[in-house]
Design a protein around this ligand. Sequence first.
Ligand SMILES: NC(=O)c1ccc[n+]([C@@H]2O[C@H](COP(=O)([O-])OP(=O)(O)OC[C@H]3O[C@@H](n4cnc5c(N)ncnc54)[C@H](O)[C@@H]3O)[C@@H](O)[C@H]2O)c1
Length: 250
Amino acid sequence: MFALSGKSALITGAAQGIGKTTAEKMSELGCRIAVADICREKTEAVVRGIRQSGGEAVGVFMDVTSNESIDFAVKEAANAFGGIDIVVNSAGILGTSSIEDMQRDGEWNRVLDIDLSGTFFVCQYALQYLKKSAAGRIINIASVTGRNGGFEGSMSYAAAKGGVIAITRGMARHLAKYRITVNAVCPATTKTEMLEGYTQERIDNQVKNILLGRLGKTEEIAAAVCYLASDEAAFVTGAMLDVNGGAYFG
Ligand SMILES: NC(=O)c1ccc[n+]([C@@H]2O[C@H](COP(=O)([O-])OP(=O)(O)OC[C@H]3O[C@@H](n4cnc5c(N)ncnc54)[C@H](O)[C@@H]3O)[C@@H](O)[C@H]2O)c1
């Protein structure tokens, strides 16, 4: 596998699910990890787990809907490790409303605020540190939904993830002059706590759209992130890495 030794990463949404597994896998590859999440208790548990396995980690409280919170957390992470080389944006929530039931001041704004605006502003605040890195990396966890509009999911989520894909490409273009690469991983439905918002029937319907006939595993998404964070991916930018079991070909 790829080596990440000597590098420091800030991973949002790292208290559980894809972010947590990514934090653990990147730590195994030698990376120092700032576990950033709104859930303090689970954040501390992830930090403890990484330290017990011999890795280096700090927990930073971050609410990605607040620029004040992002600013504070990014500075805390950078101070802990003397900089930030890699940002992974995994913080996100699911939308479940139908087109008919969508509430502008409810799910619509909330999903866009966390999944899209949160991703953008974490990048903005981390940029000063990424510019100083010899190999700055931004890796956004988008979704197959951002690629194809979703099979039966909510339009708030499709809009947010489509937006994440757009800003990933745009930032790749704007930040190449600083040798910062910006890529996204686009998973299909992956077994995490996030699916607790879905009924079993809905999960079964999702699996029907996945050629390989099963849900994704967090380890499979984390492996793609580790690749994009590695020196081996130095020439990859503006890419959408589909890890979707054949749910969408692009
Ligand atoms: N699980 C899937 O099927 C799937 C598929 C495609 C893409 N994704 C994307 O992958 C990412 C991770 O998803 P997951 O399945 O691991 O979800 P998850 O619910 O298991 O984890 C999401 C994490 O984000 C954190 N979070 C939520 N709101 C936050 C906020 N305001 N500020 C900071 N942290 C916040 C949560 O506390 C949690 O730890 C998300 O962006 C999601 O959209 C997931």
